[in-house]
Structures are given as C-alpha cells and as structure tokens.
Design a protein around this ligand. Structure first.
Ligand code: NAP
Ligand code: SF4
Length: 672
C-alpha cells in the first residue's frame, strides 16, 4: 500500500492516461540555447526515468518578438524540429511524456521589438512594448498555433500555452496593461478574446489527440488584476476552446509579493486553486512551494487540485516520484526553494543547475561512475562541502570516514535553519543525515580530527569551513558585543536595540532573526498572507488586500550597517534579495551604507558618515563582518607532509555559499 494514493493515481485524459498526478513544471534551463541536444535530451530523459507523469519544457518562443530574450529558443526551422526530436525520442524511450511550453513574453520580452496589448511599460523592463494592431494580433495567434503544430511534428505529447505570470496573454486580460478600445480590449469579453482564440487555434493546429495545457493566472497580485469571477469565466471558455488541462499560476513577475521563494509557506497558494475546482470539468493543476510527496499528497487529498506541478524539486532530485513510490521519501534530495543555482542563474544568463544537486543540467558533464580503485578517504568537516564530497565518494564505492568536531552534521546549515523563512534547511540537514547513514559512511562526531588521525588514509579532504572575521573595532571585547554564531545558536541574550555590523548574507539573516519573535510567517500561512497583503481574490481584484501589508510589530529595533557606499543588500540573490530587503524594511530596520566604525561604548556603536561622527544608540552590537578560511588543520597537514584537498570555505571564504561548497565537494569526489 503506497503512502501517496492520490499522488500516484493515474489520470485519464481520454485519449491518453498519465501514470500519476505529478507534472514537472516548466523551467528555463538555458540548455536549448547552447545547442548541445544530447545534453538537453539527457536532462529530460533522466527525469522521465525517475517516473514523473508528464514534463513541460522551458518556454519556447513562438516568434522573435515574443522571446523572453533575443535569441530565445523556439521551433523556427526544420533543424529546430529535428533537434527537439532528439529530446522527445529519448524521453519516450525512457517511458516518459513531454509537452512543450509555448511562451510569448509580450512586454516582458527583453528587446526593443516587444509587443503587447497597449504601449504600457512593465516596471521590471526597460522597454516600452509596441501596441499591436489587428494584423499584428493575428500574427501572434498564428505564430503560437504554428509552434503547437511544429511541437507535434517534433514528437511532443502536447503543449502548454503560457497564459499566466504576467506574460503576453495575461497582459490582455487586465485593464492595467490593456487600454484598448477595439474588440481586444475594454469589456471582460473583449479582454478574454485573445487567450480563448489562441487555445482554439492551437487545438485546430495540433489535432484532438494532443495534450493542451493552458496555464491560467488565478491571482495576478498586481493592481487592477482580474477579479475571481473573471478568472472562473475565462477557465470555462478555455475548456470549451479545447484545453485538456488547466495549470495554474500565481502572481505576475512584477508583483511585489513572493510566490515561490523559500519564505513562502509550503503549498501556500493551493487554497486558491481549490476555489477553481468544480467550475471546470477538465483536470486542474496546482503549484508553488510544493516540494515533498507528503505535501503534494495532502494537497490532492484535500481536493485542492487534480494534479500537482513541481518544477525545482526535479532539479534537486530527478527520482522524486520513483523514490516516493518505493517508500523512500526520506532519500529525496529536497529543493529548499533558494533560487541560488536555478532562477538566479537564469537571470544572470548562466546555465541552470541546483544548489543541492550540481548534476542538474550537467547530467552528461558531471558523472559519478563507480571508482576503479577503492580508496580510504577522510573528510574533515561535515558542512555542505564535506557532506557533498563524502556522499559522492561513498556513492562511488570509496570507504569514507567523516569527521566533525560538532555533535551534529550540517556546519553552517545549522545556523541558516534558525532564520525565520529558512525552515527548509531543516529538511536539507535531515536528508544529509539519512544519506550519510544509508551511504555506509563512518561518521565520527564530537571530536577534533588531528594530523595523527589522518596519516593512514589514501586521500584527505579538508572541509573545515570558515571562522568569523575580526573587524577590529575599538571596544569590541566589551560584553555588549556579540558574534553572530552565539546569537544564532541562541546562546546569547540580545538587547532590544541592536546594531548589526556587516550587511552581507549573514547580516541580513541575523537582522531577520532579531526582528521576528514567535511563529515564523512561513509556518503560518494566514500570518504570511497578512504580512504581504494577500487576500482572497473573491474579496479583492488580483488578491491584493486593500489595506496592504500588515506585518507583526518588530521584536527589536535594528540598525544594519556596512562600509560600502551602496544600497545594503544589493549583492544578495538576484531573485530573492528584494524579498529580504522588503521584509526588513517592513520591520523598520534602518539600513546604513557608507559608514566607518569608530568605537563601541556602553552607549552603543560610534560611526562616521561623510566625516561626521554619530552614535547608533543600542544595547547590543552583533558582528557579522564576513568570514576567513579556517585553515588550521590544512596548514598542520602541510607541515606534516600529508597531502590534502582543501575545499569549501577553508579553501576560499570570500563569497562562499552552500552552492559553491556543495559543487566543489561533488566535483572533487567525482574525480577521486
Ligand atoms: P559577506 O556577504 O561577505 O558580508 C560581509 C559583510 O561584512 C559585508 O557587509 C561587509 O561590508 C562587511 N565587512 C567585511 N569586512 C569587514 C570588516 N573588516 N569590518 C567590518 N565590516 C566588514 O559575508 P557573510 O555575511 O558573512 O556571508 C557569508 C556568505 O554566506 C556570503 O557569501 C553569503 O553568500 C552566504 N550567505 C548567503 C545567504 C543568502 O541568503 N543567500 C545568507 C547567509 C549567508 P563592508 O565591507 O561594506 O562593510
Ligand atoms: Fe531548489 Fe535551490 Fe536547487 Fe533551485 S537551486 S532547485 S531553489 S534547491
């Protein structure tokens, strides 16, 4: 008897049956644009082998003006169709099904040629779109329909028409962007004409026995968004126009409310999908922050949807479904929704991968073959770098001994998990615990590894991490000054007024930790909705609460400081930095850049700005001034003539994050 009877139940679409209720949602990987079609095929085939019911590709442009960026991939030439055939053939040989997403970006297209309903610029784009005339609209519809016909020719099992997240079709639906007065604008019916016409024409072009998913925006989360009545009305029309499945989307890209970041509660929007259930007779899919089979099962069991879409969890673990079906959910590498190696990469023009799984999108480049010669390996430090190296090495058959002076594994991940909004780190550490135990690794905790203990191993890997940087501020030894480690480990009492020295990733984390008290909004969906101003879309257009965000009062008065004369938080994650800044602003945190530190006294922290001295009056100063490599052991080994591989923060502390540490550990162990 499976633990996931709803999730693993087949779904009959009439002309075909999906083996389970799991959709791998669309993700832009960047692979198609690189032109290595074997690599693209292996990315999808790996996930097909892992048992997912249906996959959707990254968005393919229907034409040049609709591409997310210049040169975005699409099915434009016979050669493109042949290339995509490589992918669909490989997926089918692996027993999978795959639909191609057709993504017309409208005014989100990064280029001067972008088009939309009206010439209304998006706040997240530098380009004013060209308002389409009647012939222009017909061209867009025809191009989308042609893309669907070509997808069929390329062997896809279906297409997904992207109609949410504020893209082209979504833009026509709201008066916020659609200011037209012709038959494509004005009344609700006119605004809805384009998506409905597109679905009709796609169905005609692709034929009946072809999966047609329409991704509908349930809650726009922008001013003047759709009313829920309009959404329900559109859903009915899309069904009549020929869609086989309705996938759902939440929030436009320009919305100032997080929808998929780690601080969003798990399955935090499934309740909105539930509101659509019963209004259409085709299957409805829910998505956003669903990352374990347990959460997915619960969402389905509660009747929120017929199927669950997960995207990033399939970067973290391609075998998500197979492991769930085999009763091994604890072995599923969890997506922690950090965006660090996926969306942050996409928006920096880099290939997508995954912090937890460096093999994602590198399936043909980074492999873990069985070791030709089995070696004894010592790994010192059970933080992200050491854990990654130990697991990959053990997986390849090496005999691994893993040392850490702490009583538990995880290293700095143990601090991250204390931050409100970063609860997913608990799951990541649990996964490491499970895998270390399962991998037959000899784990030695609670004792410092010495040079003497390491002499007999074939290979030694030093992953001893980092030590806090001493900023050398006069008066920093006083009792009103604390280090971030003591604060985050709950070992030190922090006063009501706090100055945080250093506004990097840890300074921000510490500030968030100090301003929150009680339940984390991430663990309490109603609290989270209040904090961000989200309401029932039946009560207010687009789901924006008329009263706006209403965060809890801050637990402390915090000032966050840095020496650089730039906006604090500028260097945080590309897709998540704004969330951290907004959270702290909502809690009244004062952020000061361009300061120099003078001295600490019982009154607080003396700084200078523009040459003028001032006191940041506070009870406690917390030092978050960056980190230095902890290389003591590496140096002692070198002195003793024992060769060692040094990885993670012990190697380079600057700009260290778990992504680099895990990647470096895995790549080293892949080659030993
Ligand atoms: P960091 O990001 O390098 O920030 C260090 C901070 O300390 C900066 O604000 C820096 O700003 C300041 N600083 C540096 N030298 C100083 C000195 N001598 N005196 C006073 N201030 C000094 O390092 P971190 O905050 O320790 O974070 C470590 C790593 O963990 C980061 O690279 C980060 O990527 C990662 N992390 C990431 C996240 C995340 O959300 N993705 C969260 C936590 C940690 P000024 O030099 O301008 O004063
Ligand atoms: Fe999930 Fe982070 Fe991996 Fe992206 S990088 S898939 S958000 S764990």
């Amino acid at each position: 008897m499976t633990h996931y009877p709803h999730l693993l139940a087949p779904l009959d679409l009439g002309f075909t049956t999906l083996p389970n209720r799991v959709l791998m949602g669309s993700m832009h990987t960047g692979l198609e644009e690189r032109g290595d079609w074997n690599r693209v095929a292996e990315f999808y085939a790996t996930r097909a082998r892992g048992g997912v019911g249906l996959m959707v590709t990254g968005g393919m442009a229907p034409n040049a003006e609709g591409g997310v960026f210049p040169g975005a991939a699409g099915l434009f030439t016979p050669e493109d169709i042949r290339n995509h055939r490589v992918v669909t053939d490989r997926v089918h040989a692996a027993g999978g099904r795959i639909a191609m997403q057709i993504l017309h970006a409208g005014r989100y297209a990064y280029g001067k040629e972008c088009v939309s309903a009206s010439a209304v610029k998006s706040p997240i784009s530098p380009f004013v779109p060209r308002e389409l005339d009647e012939a222009g609209i017909e061209k867009q519809i025809a191009d989308i329909a042609t893309a669907a016909a070509r997808a069929r020719e390329a062997g896809y099992d279906g297409v997904e028409v992207m109609g949410s997240e504020g893209y082209f079709l979504n833009q026509f639906l709201v008066s916020h962007v659609n200011r037209r007065e012709d038959r494509w604008g004005g009344s609700v019916e006119n605004r809805q004409r384009l998506p409905v016409e597109v679905v009709k024409r796609v169905r005609e072009a692709a034929g009946r026995d072809f999966i047609l998913i329409y991704r509908i925006s349930l809650m726009d989360l922008v001013p003047d968004g759709q009313s829920f009545d309009e959404v329900v009305q559109l859903a009915g029309k899309i069904e009549s126009a020929g869609a086989s499945i309705l996938n759902t989307g939440i929030g436009w890209h320009e919305a100032r409310i997080p929808t998929i970041a780690t601080s969003v509660p798990r399955a935090g929007f499934a309740w909105v999908t539930k509101k659509l259930m019963g209004h259409v007779s085709i299957p409805v899919i829910t998505s956003n922050r669903i990352n374990t089979p347990g959460v997915a099962e619960q969402v389905l069991a509660e009747g929120c949807a017929d199927m669950v879409s997960m995207a990033r969890p399939f970067l973290a673990d391609p075998d998500f479904v197979a492991k769930a079906a085999a009763g091994k959910a604890g072995e599923i590498a969890p997506c922690i929704a950090c965006n660090q190696a996926c969306l942050d990469h996409t928006f920096s023009g880099k290939l997508t991968s995954c912090l937890v799984n460096p093999r994602a999108c590198n399936e043909t480049e980074l492999t873990y073959p069985p070791a030709k010669v089995v070696k004894s390996l010592a790994v010192v430090g059970a933080g992200p770098a050491g854990l990654s190296a130990a697991l990959v090495a053990a997986g390849r058959g090496h005999k691994v001994t893993l040392f850490d002076r702490d009583e538990r594994i995880g290293g700095q991940l143990n601090m991250a998990r204390e931050i409100p909004g970063k609860e997913e780190f608990h799951g990541l550490i649990s996964w490491y615990e499970t895998m270390v135990a399962r991998g037959g690794i000899d784990l030695r905790l609670g004792r410092e590894a010495t040079v003497d203990m390491l002499g007999g191993f074939d290979e030694v890997i030093v992953a001893t991490g980092v030590a806090p940087r001493d900023p050398g501020i006069a008066g920093e030894d006083a009792p009103n000054v604390l280090g971030y480690i003591d604060v985050l480990r709950g070992k030190a009492a922090v006063g009501k007024r706090v100055a945080v020295v250093g506004a990097g990733g840890i300074g921000f984390d510490v500030a968030e930790y100090l301003v929150h008290e009680g339940t984390s909004p991430t663990e309490d969906a109603a609290l989270w909705r209040r904090e961000w101003g989200v309401t029932d879309p039946e009560q207010a257009r687009g789901g924006l609460a008329p009263e706006g965000p209403r965060p809890e009062a801050p637990a402390r008065e915090v000032t966050l400081l840095q020496r650089k004369a730039e906006k604090p938080g500028k260097r945080l994650g590309k897709t998540t930095g704004w969330i951290h800044r907004a959270t702290l602003q909502a809690k009244g945190v004062k952020m000061l850049g361009g300061v120099s530190y003078e001295r600490i006294t019982p009154e607080g922290l003396w700084i200078a700005r523009d040459g003028v001295a001032e006191l940041v009056a506070c009870d406690t100063v917390v030092l978050c001034a960056g980190q230095e490599p902890a290389r003591g052991l590496a140096d002692r080994l070198a002195t003793a003539g024992i060769a060692a591989h040094v990885i993670g923060g012990a190697d380079v502390a600057a700009e260290l994050d778990a992504k680099r540490a895990i990647d470096q550990g895995a790549r080293l162990a892949a080659g030993l």
